[in-house]
Ligand binder design. Structure first.
Ligand code: PLP
Length: 608
């Protein structure tokens, strides 16, 4: 059982005997890293970030486009920016900005705060693009970036933004920014996120508005600042066909704008949307193209459209974010409880004299083997049915009933193991196993760490990071520790997850959620006041040894409350008063308050 690692893993991880290992440097296992972090006193979920995987994706993007450009004798250049909205955290952005230099890889900002980050962390020779709705203040910030020497392109989302640029240019006495026009396509995207393109889109200028914009720019003598047209048909484009349509449309708009006098127009920016394969299941795929095909299609189509209209081939800009960031983080969550664990042989309370059917169940349990397991399994279900009827009629007691439930569970467990050895050919057992799922309680919050699962039903690859030399036999539902019934990844027959039958008193079990580096961190919610997990960056030195950097603990209760703008001193005072009002000795009060304050300084995720 490899949990589809070859579909979604991109060779970044591999199964080393029984553990997930990192396919880099000295190939450490994930569990080894987790153990080291835990030994430093961190407990609970851990988000591991791998800067080498950010670098790998950037390199994949550039090398594919540069290869396609060579192959098709394309006459424009490939350029790219990272959209900050995908991950703005310093532990991501700082390593990113070290990697970007070599590629002249820039940053994209969609808000004032992101723009400040872009101005701080971009390399001075790399491009900055600015999208989203902008007021004059934001445009002034763009001009300041221009003054600092940045090559900055402001994409206008409407004609009023163009007016603002013209006004701000007068304030500054010169125009310090390049202008991009976001075009409203009549073709649109596909997939869960397909609301960004299309004729009803929230963004972009219509054909009429584009012409109007060009005329205003000419009138203001600013037409040579019009440098880019931009579109973005949505995130995680799972089908390449709509992108091809959009490219044809954009290519023609680009060519016609040049003919209308936009003689400095040099680039088409195709936004983001390059998809990641999240699927663990050969039959359910998330995208129907490779990065290789994506690059070929873009380069080929833009060459075709512009050659036909006899205009220079544009530089190609992309703003792919998910593709760059998703692979770089893995969330590791300890499993802290299995909910059918009460059904162990230890729970049996057999009497001196049991009802005959219970003795028979016990015999079935002892003698079940790989030849008789189907028959014995049927007998067990039959007996359970009879025993429950006997209970309702008052012929057997609660202890007998409990014994019956435990024994039948144990028999089914054994039968499932025999069946799994034979590849689950027996449909009925498969169905039963799917019905009696094990609930794995994982020490994390889905709302905080996998918000796109909660909000969009996005599946993330999940697998145990140990035990991989054993066959997983339990159909699994994963529960998080929030008290919200949505905090659950239910077993899904179409896309089943099987986990191991583990005894948490004797062994530890950790799940890894992969491809969580894009969007999840900033979208994460503080539901139930579970905030960030522990975090660490894993970097490799020249000898291939990993080192743990940027290690941060999950927040203390005090800090969580302060973040919500509570007056923490007042909380402490009120709690102290409640203790003081009790009829207790002074020492007892002191001790109780001391204990309480220690808890407030501690973190919220569960402890072993
Ligand atoms: C969100 C967004 C992106 C990034 O999209 P991905 O799907 O993460 O590649 C790029 N450009 C714009 C304008 C966006 O809004």
């Amino acid at each position: 059982m490899d949990y589809g690692i070859n579909l979604w893993g991109l060779n970044n991880f591999f199964i080393d005997n029984d553990k997930v290992a990192i396919n880099y440097g000295n190939e450490p296992t994930l569990i080894e890293i987790v153990k080291e972090i835990e030994s430093k006193g961190y407990e609970g979920p851990i988000l591991l970030r791998f800067p080498h995987l950010i670098k790998k994706q950037i390199n994949t993007l550039y090398s594919n486009f540069n290869r396609a450009i060579k192959e098709f004798d394309y006459e424009g250049e490939f350029k790219a920016v990272f959209p900050l909205k995908v991950n703005q955290f310093p532990s991501f952005v700082e390593p990113l900005s070290k990697i970007t230099k070599k590629y002249n890889y820039g940053l994209e900002a969609g808000s004032k705060a992101e723009l400040i980050l872009a101005m701080t962390y971009n390399n001075i020779t790399s491009p900055i693009t600015v999208n989203g709705f902008k007021d004059k203040e934001m445009i002034r910030l763009c001009f300041i970036a221009g003054k600092m020497g940045y090559d900055i392109t402001v994409t206008i989302e409407g004609l009023n933004e163009l007016d603002s640029i013209i006004e701000v240019a007068k304030e500054f006495g010169e125009n310090l920014v390049h202008i991009g026009i976001r075009i409203r396509l009549h073709s649109s995207g596909s997939g869960l996120w397909a609301k960004s393109g299309g004729i009803e889109s929230k963004f972009g200028l219509s054909a009429t508005e584009i012409i109007e914009a060009t005329e205003r720019l000419k009138k203001e003598n600013m037409i040579e600042k019009l440098r880019m047209i931009h579109f973005h048909i949505g995130s995680q484009i799972n089908d390449i066909a709509p992108l091809k349509k959009a490219l044809r449309e954009a290519g023609n708009i680009y060519a016609d704008l040049i003919k209308l006098g936009a003689n400095n127009l040099k680039a088409i920016n195709l936004g983001g949307g390059l998809a990641i394969e999240y699927s663990q299941n050969q039959e359910i795929r998330d995208k129907n193209y490779s990065i290789n095909e994506f690059a070929n299609d873009v380069v080929f189509l833009l060459k075709e459209v512009t050659t036909k209209k006899q205009v220079p081939m544009p530089n190609i800009f992309t703003e792919s974010g998910r593709f760059i960031a998703a692979t770089s983080a893995v969330l590791i969550t300890p499993i802290i409880e299995l909910f059918s664990s009460e059904y162990t042989s230890k729970a049996l309370k057999l009497k001196e004299k049991n009802p005959p059917l219970i003795d028979e169940l016990n015999d079935l349990y002892k003698n079940i083997n790989e030849n008789n397991y189907i028959e014995y399994f049927h007998d067990a279900l039959d007996h359970l049915e009879s025993l429950l009827t006997l209970f309702d009629l008052g012929y057997i007691d609660l202890i007998d009933r409990s014994n019956a439930e435990v024994l039948v569970h144990l028999i089914i467990k054994k039968a499932v193991i025999f069946a799994s050895h034979k590849g689950f050919k027996h449909n009925e057992l498969k169905r039963i196993n799917e019905r009696i799922q094990e609930k794995y309680l994982a020490n994390f919050s889905i709302f905080q760490s996998l918000p796109d699962f909660w909000g969009l039903g996005q599946r993330f690859p999940v697998m145990p990071i140990t035990h991989l030399n054993k066959t997983p036999t339990r159909s699994a539902t994963i529960w998080d520790i929030t008290c919200d019934s949505d905090g659950e990844i239910p077993f899904n027959k179409q896309n089943p997850l099987y986990l191991h039958d583990v005894d948490l008193e004797k062994e530890e079990y950790y799940l890894g959620f992969f491809l969580v580096g894009a969007y999840q961190e900033i979208l994460g919610m503080r539901h139930n006041l579970f905030t960030y997990p522990n975090e660490a960056n894993i970097e490799f030195d020249d000898d291939g040894n990993y080192k743990i950097t940027e290690l941060y603990s999950t927040q203390s209760i005090n800090d969580i409350l302060i973040d919500l703008d509570y007056d923490i001193d007042e909380i402490h005072r009120k709690l102290k008063n409640l203790i003081d009002n009790q009829n207790l000795k002074e020492e007892e009060k002191k001790e109780l308050l001391g204990k309480l304050l220690i808890h407030l300084n501690d973190t919220v995720y569960l402890k072993k």
